[in-house]
Design a protein around this ligand. Structure first.
Ligand code: NI
Ligand code: MN
Length: 225
């Protein structure tokens, strides 16, 4: 599995010959101005919640790539009413897709569209394929519920927000990595604006001191799981 960071909480995932795009907010992110969304590959678009900084490029990409949207019931219904196709799932649900198995788990956050429409409950995803499992928490607080995740799936990589203010910060992400029994974390949701800027070396050191790894990718860079 190959994961590419497109800035903020936007991810590209290559798995079993398919391309997933998670929370695309690229054209509105000045730090990702070198990423051409027209050149991205997307067979499916996965959305953790409806906030602007996660759905900005959904309509352009879903249309140009003819990619179905996988998200909670309210988000899929919202896009279906605009003529897009999707597959709705809610927390606790798992489904086998052609790219792998996806489980939806709770996130503690909020979820409304830029136009004020209710966006259902925010979620995270546990994605399994190519004998690996990745947990994408989405925007969330640290929650005790995270401890349930490794009971079902040993996690090879956890993708956590680390920028604070709207989500967990670095210290909470470190505890979250214990909760999901995973020593390798990819940071997200940081540095997009001054409010969520982090000190990269200090953050990585906090993980290193616990025998863990925090990966902070350049925008457009990839890692292998
Ligand atoms: Ni959010
Ligand atoms: Mn966000």
């Amino acid at each position: 599995m190959e994961i590419t960071y497109y800035g903020h909480a936007s991810l590209g995932i290559a798995i079993n010959g398919f391309h997933l795009l998670v929370d695309p907010f690229i054209s509105g992110n000045p730090k990702a101005s070198h990423i051409d969304i027209k050149a991205l590959e997307a067979d499916y678009i996965l959305l953790t919640h409806a906030h602007y900084d996660h759905v900005l490029d959904v309509e352009a990409l879903a249309k140009s790539k003819n990619a179905p949207i996988i998200a909670n019931h309210e988000i899929v219904t919202y896009y279906e009413q605009k003529g897009f196709s999707g597959h709705a799932m809610n927390p606790g649900g798992s489904r086998k897709f052609e790219f792998g198995t996806l489980k939806v788990v709770p996130a503690v956050h909020s979820s409304s569209f830029p136009d004020g429409t209710y966006g259902g409950n925010p979620v995270g995803f546990v994605l399994k394929g190519e004998s690996k499992t990745v947990y994408i928490s989405g925007d969330t607080a640290l929650t005790m519920d995270m401890q349930l995740i490794p009971l079902f799936h040993p996690i090879d990589l956890a993708i956590f927000p680390v920028g604070g203010n709207f989500t967990m910060d670095v210290d909470e992400a470190l505890i979250a990595s214990d909760f999901v029994a995973c020593n390798r974390v990819l940071g997200a949701h940081y540095d997009t604006a001054a409010l969520i800027e982090i000190d990269h070396e200090a953050a990585k050191n906090k993980f290193r001191e616990k025998g863990k790894e925090l990966v902070l990718l350049d925008i457009g860079a990839s890692l292998q799981v």
